[in-house]
Design a binder for this molecule. Structure first.
Ligand code: SF4
Length: 807
């Protein structure tokens, strides 16, 4: 059934398609020009004398950082172009922005820009505010901070997950400990921290149980592979820019004709340039991997010597002490474990929707290709059972001995090359308490009941205080990006629970509507900052992003806001150490220069240079190479020092933690069904699996208000013709997507690019409720659950069942 989709390889010449992806990421232009300059503020021939071109950056949370070159005249941005410097040789290549970055002018001049400070007048969430002066707003914040601290202590202050300015240095908004807000709070007694991310909670939290760390080979290393298998990984959409990983993939595929297989419920842009797409039901990767392992074991294709030397837990001869017999992965796969089920391809096929013969063929390809790259994106782990799924994918790399070698990988996501750029110093948080990033609504409603063994509280057995004050700086997870919007809104509307929410933002976002005090922030084009690369293989870089225009309206940057509040709290000197924002940038530059001597010495030199690039002096990064070369001298950071297919730590946690009914923590990467998955009884009521994906229109919710981008990539529910037909849904019909948590209305995109039984809704669309609380923006979190994953308490936003009807 599931191979009745379109035939990708016949439809698109994959080389041309890769170039098309590059164009979307870096070549096609909205308002781009042909001015070619290197220095940051030159005026080329043909550009009006009063006009300057200033180098700045796009540094939102997409994994890339891109050069923007803003044309400015009389403090007005007239257009945006991107990096056109140098001769664009790979390794020192241009860092070309995607369409989002090139539309930045529409963000700066958006009608939704916040113009002045405001204080709430209506009920929380109604977005009724009155204009106030900065002094009145900051006085009110400081007074409430003192009040809450006196009644609940610093543990009641929370810095919410916010990533709209992720790539900045002085304006960095996440992780909380690296932000100016953290420095302010640390000067004044600290705050409740969080661990994990909405992007990677499950994989970042569980890979260390396998490898001691979460690392993979660089994607450029696929030139040394004989086969590449990607599970739920779509760099053509999630890492699209001239500086990002898509460029590494393009170049690697031009150098090598290595076969690429993509396993994904969706015919993604990466699947479109692959040699084979294997559609799979969401949340069933663990079953597919167990069946592949069954073939590898049955046909003698596991690397037994590697397993014996480098791992524990594969077979009964290599198990930790005190564990019952038949608890190894081999016993689980062969049906000798407690469940007694052999995980054959015939067992897995009806679960995964992947035919047995395809599973066998895939397993043989993986077993025979030496070396083989097995990697995953972050889709498979963003499930209720994602903690086991991501370990199961990694286990394939271990069974085949592909860890620690060039051309292999670990089953994790691709690694990157980076430079040691110094962060803005934020001091030490005196509060040790920390919660999972996904549990903050619970910390509002039942904070003091939350414990280490039941709720994953860290740093303390039980939370000392509920969240009473939220800082929400440059983010939309307060309402839009957190699961189950209706539940979140209900919790936030009660201002006797969380008593104050301060939002520092550029726009009237869905989250800004829930502010008590709303502060207009500068966009990054209205401030000086540095943006340092995060995910690239051949080159690392820092963009010296100069202020392009003076701040619009009454907007202020976050450093200035925190410094002014610090003054009201009596910690101004401790916060500023006598430095202005630019003097801190100079400090960061000097500190970074100790590790990077060729960095510019002064800010003036940095602005003039624009972009500082460092070519990777070595080959592609190989994860755990030292361990592979000498496992005794270089043990992994696991209790055994080896790869742990069976984790004794997880065994102990699984037996000691208090888990809700139905949840389990397994020592092995076993497959289990989800509360809302293909095997769930709830499918009789809500038969379709909803999965979200990263969309070119936005970076999460950032750029979600740009008209150009909405036109290019409208928000739509992707549905297969097999599911659309019986519902009388035709392409572009308005549909109602619903479950017991909520309803949203959106147009349908009827397409074979998504497998039957699955519907896709791009994440990040701005929630737009009507009077009855039904969303008309197509925001998937109307439908997603707040039930966290068992171990790391992460967000399972791909584990949601829905029904769809014509509206
Ligand atoms: S959204 Fe990402 S890829 Fe696009 S311009 Fe910005 S940083 Fe670059």
């Amino acid at each position: 059934m599931h191979n009745s989709q379109v035939s990708p390889s016949n439809e698109i010449d994959r080389r041309n398609a890769l170039k098309f992806c590059a164009a979307l990421g870096g070549l096609a232009a909205l308002g781009s020009g042909s001015g070619v300059l290197h220095a940051a503020t030159d005026s080329p021939a043909g550009v009006a004398a009063a006009e300057k071109i200033i180098t700045t950056s796009c540094h939102v949370n997409c994994g890339s950082r891109c050069v923007l070159r803003a044309h400015v005249a009389n403090n007005v941005i007239t257009r945006i172009e991107t990096d056109s410097s140098g001769d664009d040789v790979y390794g020192m290549h241009q860092i070309r922005a995607c369409l989002r970055g090139r539309s930045m002018r529409q963000r700066v001049y958006a009608p939704e820009r916040l113009k002045y400070p405001m204080i709430r007048t209506g009920k929380r969430g109604e977005a009724q505010f009155r204009r106030v002066s900065w002094d009145e707003a900051l006085d009110a914040i400081a007074a409430k901070m003192k009040d809450i601290k006196q009644r609940f202590g610093n543990e009641a202050f929370y810095l919410n997950y916010c990533t709209g300015n992720l790539g900045g240095t002085l304006s960095k908004c996440w992780p909380p400990a690296q932000t100016p807000v953290a420095r302010l709070m640390n000067c004044w007694g600290g705050y409740l921290n969080h661990y994990g991310t909405y992007s990677t909670a499950q994989i970042s939290g569980t890979m260390p149980y396998v490898y001691g760390a979460n690392l993979g080979n660089a994607i450029s290393d696929i030139v040394n592979s004989k086969l590449v298998v990607m599970f739920g990984n779509n760099p053509a959409a999630t890492r699209m820019s001239g500086g990002g990983i898509i460029n590494d993939l393009i170049v690697a595929r031009e150098k090598s004709d290595v076969r690429l297989i993509v396993v994904d419920p969706t015919y993604t842009d990466t699947a479109a340039v692959a040699d084979e797409w294997i559609p799979i039901r969401p949340g069933t990767d663990g079953a597919l991997c167990a069946a592949i392992a069954h073939v590898l074991i049955s046909e003698g294709m596991v690397d037994q010597k590697f397993l014996d030397t480098y791992s524990v837990g594969f077979d009964e001869a290599h198990m930790p002490e005190g564990i019952p017999a038949n608890s190894s992965y081999k016993a689980y796969v062969l049906g000798q474990g407690p469940d007694g089920k052999a995980k054959t391809p015939a067992w897995a096929a009806p679960i995964c929707g992947v035919p047995s013969e395809t599973i066998i063929r895939l397993a043989r390809q993986i077993g025979q290709a030496k070396p083989c790259t097995i990697s995953q994106g972050w889709g498979p782990q963003r499930h209720s059972n994602g903690e086991d799924a991501c370990r199961a994918i990694a286990t394939l790399a271990v069974l085949t001995g592909n860890v620690g070698i060039s051309g292999g990988s670990t089953g994790a996501r691709e690694g990157a090359f980076s430079i040691p750029f110094t962060l803005f110093p934020t001091l030490t948080n005196p509060v040790a308490d920390s919660i999972s990033v996904f549990m903050w609504t619970d910390a509002i409603t039942r904070g003091t009941e939350m414990t280490a063994l039941r709720d994953g509280v860290r740093g303390r057995d039980k939370l000392k205080a509920p969240i009473k004050f939220i800082w929400n700086y440059a983010g939309n997870a307060l309402i839009n990006q957190h699961s189950d919007i209706n539940r979140t809104a209900e919790i936030l509307r009660d201002d006797s629970k969380c008593e104050m929410i301060v939002v520092h933002e550029n726009f009237m976002t869905p989250s800004a509507r829930f502010a008590d005090i709303l502060l207009p922030g500068t966009t990054n084009l209205e401030e000086n900052d540095f943006a340092v690369s995060e995910a690239a293989s051949a080159m690392a870089y820092a963009i010296f992003a100069h202020k392009v225009i003076e701040p619009l309206f009454e907007s202020r940057d976050i450093y200035r806001v925190c410094a002014d509040i610090a003054g009201r709290l009596g910690v101004a000197e401790k916060f500023t150490e006598g430095r202005t924002r630019d003097q801190w940038l100079q400090f960061v530059l000097e500190q970074s220069g100790k590790n990077l001597p060729s960095l510019p010495a002064t800010l003036d030199e940095a602005w003039k240079l624009g972009v500082f690039k460092v070519k990777n002096p070595g080959g592609p990064f190989v994860a755990f190479k030292a361990f592979r070369d000498d496992p005794v001298a270089n043990p992994l950071a696991t209790p055994s020092g080896k790869i742990e297919i069976f984790s004794k730590r997880l065994w102990d946690i699984g037996h000691n933690w208090e888990l809700p009914a139905g949840d389990r923590i397994s020592a092995l990467p076993e497959f289990s069904g989800e509360p809302e998955g293909y095997l769930s009884p709830l499918r009789s009521k809500f038969p379709l699996q909803l999965v979200t994906f990263h969309y070119k229109q936005r970076t999460h919710s950032t750029y979600g208000n740009v008209p150009w981008l909405k036109e290019v990539a409208p928000q739509e529910l992707w549905i297969n013709p097999i599911d659309a037909g019986p519902r009388d849904i035709r392409h572009l019909d308005k549909v109602r997507v619903f479950n017991d948590r909520g309803t949203c209305f959106i147009e349908a995109k009827v397409t074979p690019r998504v497998m039957p039984g699955v519907v896709l809704l791009p994440e990040g669309a701005w929630y737009a409720p009507d009077a009855e609380g039904r969303d008309h923006g197509g925001s998937p979190n109307m439908l997603t659950t707040q039930h966290p994953s068992p171990l790391v308490k992460g967000n399972p936003q791909h584990s949601s069942l829905v029904q769809v009807a014509k509206a």
